[in-house]
Design a protein around this ligand. Structure first.
Ligand code: FES
Length: 149
């Protein structure tokens, strides 16, 4: 993301250091990750120490310091899903989407993460893609999702 875009976001927030998290959230939303250059620009523009910017950017899971895929897949490995064969679902997701947990596919379409509960344990095993939930997805459904634009 161009430095000008980062600067514009900071200006839109009134160059107010109390808006640090909001600035980072907006940059994360627009770019799907925060580069070192982004953090340095935010630090300079908001006059906040770079260590503090890094602290915030690494503390919250909402922020990523590495490029993320266009879509985020979360597979639940919580206890209720574990006993309903969540590891097998994870294996099928890895195979179908071509991405491993904690990584992004080479075409930058999908990032995969595992979570401890998605809040709908009775539907397990469960996964979601960009916030849409899938209960016990079949192999055909996974293939359809992987092929969708
Ligand atoms: S343990 Fe999987 S949704 Fe709760």
């Amino acid at each position: 993301m161009a430095t000008e875009v980062v600067q514009a976001e900071v200006v839109a927030r009134g160059k107010d250091s109390s808006q640090l998290i909001q600035v980072l959230l907006e940059l994360q939303r627009r770019k799907r990750w925060l580069s070192e250059a982004d953090l340095m620009t935010v630090s300079a523009e908001l006059d906040v120490p770079l260590t503090q910017v890094y602290h915030i950017a690494t503390f919250y899971k909402a922020f990523s310091l590495v490029p993320k895929g266009e879509h985020t897949i979360a597979v639940c490995l919580g206890t209720a899903c574990q006993v309903r064969n969540a590891p097998r679902l994870l294996d099928r997701v890895i195979e179908t989407f071509g991405v491993k947990p904690g990584q992004t596919s080479s075409d930058m379409r999908f990032s995969l993460e595992t979570v401890n509960c998605l809040g709908c344990c009775a539907l397990g095993p469960v996964m979601n893609i960009d916030g849409t939930y899938y209960s016990k997805p079949s192999t055909e459904e996974l293939e359809r999702l992987a092929a969708a634009e």
